[in-house]
Design a protein around this ligand. Structure first.
Ligand code: ATP
Ligand code: MG
Length: 391
């Protein structure tokens, strides 16, 4: 029955030329996300974006389109040739489906796009509502104040359109409209969520992962690749930088205090990420840190991590509870992969008792025992890069 989708976008409250750019970006991103399913016609008409469904299963297509950042809702609709009686017929089809689904009350909401049509929008609603009631008898009742379902009927310039449901999207802004971020991606629960949140605000995403191969195994890298692939469902192709920091960790272990291991390696991760970001024209780093979650994320720990770089660091989870983060991870589909038990570079050299209140001046002093520049350059020279896509 459904032969078209209406993709509604909300926050593109940007006016003028920007709006036009944003809409075009949205269309491109919708086409991209649908490309594994087929070649869809996606286009703009009267300030709306439509997707022609052809013979595709609409539920499958909706499920994809709602993932596109910037889309607030998707309505499966039936479009027919421009004819008022046709509009009533289609409305009846849609209403009958709603009756089968168990709805008990409805109202008709009409729109007259063609101003030459003899009935006003309100008259249309009354007329179509009356027709529907006469056809379905007492299977469903009209309730204009608080209906369980709204049958939206539109008489446009060139066609008629009926829809009832809106499947919610994630909102946000179209990808690629707000620069580019480099996300520090571990195999944990938090950093994939943080990455997703920043991408949702329109930033293109690249990722960097630090490992301690051969102390951490290949499977732990595989897990991170899997996470990147899930993210790429929302973000398009993602470039993943894999950096081995085993030599850095060994150097810290031999030259610094055991308890400083975590915080100093975190500072190295940040510095390396900053270099990659600058090379890749990324405007910011992203981490999955949240105040007080673990020893290295006390305010003192965050201060020490933060001051190792000058590039902006975005921490979208900073004030979120673990349960809230887990909710999002489940919703976006990263949770199951994140909880697979794999090794992590941070646990390889984990101090028995990490500093919870590191002092920046002491940490900096301790780092003077290390050849920071050389350690960083060696790690970057051995970096591996790959582009990943959802499969
Ligand atoms: P996550 O669930 O994201 O692993 P976490 O709660 O385990 O976070 P930490 O281990 O303190 O917290 O890491 C804080 C942040 O530092 C991570 O969210 C991530 O952005 C970054 N990070 C930690 N380990 C790595 C790693 N091996 N590679 C890349 N980034 C990392
Ligand atoms: Mg972690």
């Amino acid at each position: 029955m459904y032969n078209i989708l209406i993709a509604k976008y909300g926050e593109i409250g940007v006016k003028g030329k920007n709006r036009y750019l944003f809409e075009n970006k949205l269309i491109k991103n919708i086409k991209n996300i649908l490309s594994p399913l087929g070649d869809f016609k996606v286009y703009k008409e009267y300030g709306r974006i439509y997707v022609d469904l052809e013979d595709y299963d609409y539920e499958e297509v909706v499920e994809e389109v709602r993932k596109v950042f910037g889309i607030v809702g998707v309505c499966p609709a039936v479009r027919g040739e421009k004819d008022y009686n046709k509009l009533k017929e289609i409305a009846l089809l849609v209403l009958n489906e709603k009756i089968e689904q168990g709805y008990k009350t409805f109202k008709v909401d009409s729109r007259r796009g063609d101003k030459n049509f003899e009935l006003t929008s309100q008259q249309m609603s009354l007329d179509i509502g009356g027709y529907l009631v006469s056809q379905v008898k007492d299977k469903i009742a009209v309730d204009v104040k608080n209906p369980e379902v709204k049958i939206s009927c539109e008489l446009r310039e060139n066609h008629v359109l009926v829809y009832a449901d809106t499947i919610k999207g994630y909102g946000g802004l179209p990808l690629g409209t707000n620069g580019r971020a480099l996300s520090l991606l571990s195999g944990g629960i938090d950093s994939p969520v943080a990455s997703w949140m920043v991408a949702k605000r329109g930033m293109d995403l690249e990722c960097v992962h630090f490992h301690s191969y051969p102390f951490t195994n290949e499977k732990s890298q595989e897990k991170v690749r899997d996470l990147v692939k899930i993210l790429s469902k929302y973000c398009g192709k993602i470039r993943l930088h894999k950096v081995n920091i085993i030599e850095i960790q060994k150097a810290i272990a031999s030259k610094c205090k055991d308890e400083e291991m975590t915080i100093i390696s975190r500072r190295f991760m940040m510095r390396i990420a900053e270099e990659i970001a600058n090379k890749r024209y990324c405007n910011a780093l992203v981490t999955g840190e949240s105040i007080g979650q673990v020893a290295s994320q006390t305010i003192e720990g965050l201060t020490c991590t933060n001051s190792s770089v000058s590039i902006p660091v975005f921490r979208p989870l900073i004030a979120m509870d673990k349960t809230e983060i887990v909710d999002i991870a489940q919703k976006i589909g990263t949770f199951e992969t994140s909880i697979e038990p794999e090794q992590d570079c941070c646990t390889v050299f984990a101090p028995t008792k990490p500093l919870t209140k590191p002092k920046l001046d002491r940490i900096e002093k301790s780092e003077q025992n290390l050849d920071i520049e050389k350690l960083i350059q060696d790690a970057i020279n051995n970096m591996e890069v790959e582009e990943l896509e959802f499969d």
